[in-house]
Design a protein around this ligand. Structure first.
Ligand code: TXA
Ligand code: MG
Length: 322
């Protein structure tokens, strides 16, 4: 866990326009002072992310919401009360304070109050908003451990605050409340069913007029290894078949699963909560072992399973660059 001293150092770095990576309950964020244009530019450069992609502003508590969102509709109040602090981000109309670099020039801002104790300590000590995308290079898998952040960003980040492995392991649920009817932009650990229960009505599914969101590009969240999604009953056979054709094949399946000849077993639980926690580390392991393909089976696509399937399909999507 991070010491008081490391939090004090992190605050000093943020105030001086530097970058601090920190754990949240979803994934690690790459933090910059959301009111400092130069710090934001440094953050986009460190990620290699196009400057017109908006980033989420992290806050310590609900009392700060008014500084960043000019309207907080009743639906937003309900969701905030039910799920913050926690793994959910809300898209709301922005105030004049919010820099264009944060929003990609859009009239809305993404806001999140994380629950992770290190994130909470940092946000409380800093006092302002911390803009933080996931702490990976653009288009790559989000980090769920401090060593992943160092692998991704090296000395492009001034400090990495440490926490235990991220509890959720997948990026936050994003709900857009800026366009009347609530839209689910990215499924996450706060599930569709939970959101609809609190809202008392169904969420709208995203249409073609979706605002820019890098998490919505196909082939996002992708490791180097090609991802093959197969039902659990067929995964071993599929891996065996691929091993006959390719040099290095990984099977992401529960520990103890006997791997077919020539296949590398990378442990990944079938239980959805554990699956989500372990998935991105398993992707990284497949790359560390230089596997060309990785075969993986999604849990049922309900609840947290919807977010898991979303990330697996994005990882499995065809990639323009290879
Ligand atoms: O769990 C998370 O959300 C993590 C942790 C660090 O908080 N952050 C994260 O950030 O995943 P990032 O930048 O990797 O993904 C945020 C997504 C992006 O797809 C971005 O385009 C979208 O949120 N987003 C941010 N602001 C938005 C806005 N105003 N309108 C629409 N989408 C927005
Ligand atoms: Mg990201």
């Amino acid at each position: 866990m991070s010491s008081v001293r490391s939090i004090i150092e992190a605050v000093a770095i943020l105030r001086a326009g530097g970058l601090v990576a920190f754990p949240t309950e979803t994934v690690y964020g790459l933090g910059a002072d959301a009111d400092n244009g130069a710090a934001l530019a440094k953050m986009f450069a460190a990620k290699g992310r196009p400057a017109d992609h908006p980033v989420i502003v992290h806050l310590a508590d609900i009392s700060q919401l008014r500084d960043w969102a000019r309207e907080i509709p009743p639906d937003a109040q309900k969701l905030a009360r039910a799920f913050w602090p926690g793994p959910m981000s809300l898209i709301l109309p922005r105030t004049a304070r919010v820099l264009d670099q944060v929003t990609g020039g859009q009239d809305t801002v993404g806001l999140r109050i994380p629950s992770h104790p290190v994130a909470q300590e940092l946000l409380k000590a800093f006092g302002g908003g911390i803009a933080a995308p996931s702490a990976n290079r653009f288009g790559r898998v989000s980090p769920t451990r401090p060593e992943h952040v160092r692998e991704e960003l090296g000395d492009r980040v001034d400090q990495v605050l440490e926490g235990a492995d991220c509890e959720v392991g997948l990026e936050s649920t994003i709900v857009d409340l800026s366009r009347g009817r609530p839209h689910l932009l990215r499924p996450g650990a706060v599930t569709r069913q939970q959101l609809e229960q609190v809202l008392g009505r169904p969420l709208a599914d995203e249409g073609f007029d979706a605002p820019r969101a890098s998490g919505r590009l196909d082939s996002h969240y992708a490791p180097q290894a090609r991802i093959i999604v197969a039902p659990a009953a067929e995964r071993s056979a599929r891996a065996a078949e691929l091993a006959g054709q390719l040099a290095k094949v990984a099977l992401l399946a529960p520990a103890g699963t006997p791997p077919p000849p020539g296949v590398e077993l990378i442990p990944l639980a079938d239980d959805p909560i554990l699956f989500a926690q372990q998935l991105y580390a398993a992707f990284r392991e497949a790359d560390a072992l230089a596997c060309q393909v990785a075969v993986v089976s999604p849990p049922p696509a309900v609840g947290l399973g919807e977010a898991i399937l979303d990330r697996l399909l994005k990882a499995a999507a065809p990639r323009p660059e290879n």
